[in-house]
Design a protein around this ligand. Structure first.
Ligand SMILES: Nc1ncnc2c1ncn2[C@@H]1O[C@H](COP(=O)(O)OP(=O)(O)O)[C@@H](O)[C@H]1O
Ligand SMILES: O=C(O)C1=C[C@@H](OP(=O)(O)O)[C@@H](O)[C@H](O)C1
Ligand SMILES: [Mg+2]
Length: 166
C-alpha cells in the first residue's frame, strides 16, 4: 500500500464522501483540500470564488498539495485540481491517484439543488458538459480508475479496499 492516495474526479463523483468512508475502513487519516482551504481562509469555497476569484483558489489548491503530507493519508481533492500540470506532478510523485468515474447525467442528479459549487451555479448544461469533457483526459491519467455508477458508497469503498490491498 502507498502512504498517500489522492482521490480525483468531477464534482459529485463522491471524492469527499468515499475518501472519508475509505479512510475510516482502512485506518488512514483523511484531508479534503476544499476543507483545508476553507479553514485556512476562514471562508467557504463560494465566498473565496466570489471575493478572491478562481485563480486565487487554484493557487491555494497547489499549496494544499505541497503541504498535506504524511503516512497513511487520503487526500480528497476538488474536481479542478487536475487542471494544472504542476498539481498532477505533485500528486503522482507523492502518492497514487484514484479517479472516481461517473457520467455527467449521474453527477448532475447527485448534485441537484446543491448551492456550494460555484462552477455549477446558474450554468447551462452545455457549459458544464464542456468543462466535464475538457477534464476527462486529465482524470484518466490516474493510477487507479473506478466507475461509481450504480454502486453504493459502501460498494465503492469495498472495491477500493481490495484494489489497494492487491
Ligand atoms: N456512489 C454514489 N451514489 C450516489 N450518490 C453518491 C455517491 N457518492 C456520493 N454521492 C452523493 O453525491 C453528492 C456529492 O458527493 P461528494 O462526496 O461531495 O462529491 P465530490 O467531493 O466528488 O464533489 C453527495 O450528496 C453524496 O452523498
Ligand atoms: O471542479 C471544480 O473546479 C471544483 C470542485 C469543487 O470540489 P468538489 O469536486 O469536491 O465538488 C471545489 O473545489 C470548487 O467548487 C471547484
Ligand atoms: Mg468534494
Amino acid at each position: 500500500m502507498s502512504h498517500q492516495y489522492y482521490i480525483t474526479g468531477f464534482m459529485g463523483s463522491g471524492k469527499t464522501t468515499i475518501g472519508q468512508a475509505l479512510a475510516e475502513k482502512i485506518g488512514y487519516r483523511v484531508i479534503d483540500t476544499d476543507q483545508w482551504i476553507e479553514s485556512k481562509e476562514h471562508m467557504s469555497i463560494s465566498e473565496i470564488f466570489e471575493k478572491k476569484g478562481e485563480a486565487y483558489f487554484r493557487e491555494l489548491e497547489t499549496q494544499a498539495l505541497k503541504e498535506i503530507r504524511g503516512e497513511r493519508t487520503i487526500i480528497t481533492t476538488g474536481g479542478g485540481i487536475v487542471k494544472k500540470g504542476r498539481n498532477r506532478e505533485i500528486m503522482s510523485s507523492q502518492g497514487k491517484v484514484i479517479y472516481l468515474q461517473a457520467d455527467l447525467d449521474e453527477l448532475l442528479r447527485r448534485l441537484e439543488g446543491d448551492e456550494t459549487r460555484p462552477l455549477l451555479q446558474q450554468q447551462e448544461k452545455d457549459k458544464v458538459q464542456k468543462l466535464y469533457e475538457s477534464r476527462l483526459d486529465l482524470y484518466e491519467q490516474a493510477d487507479i480508475i473506478v466507475n461509481t455508477v450504480g454502486k453504493s458508497v459502501l460498494d465503492i469503498v469495498r472495491e477500493l479496499e481490495l484494489i489497494l490491498k492487491s
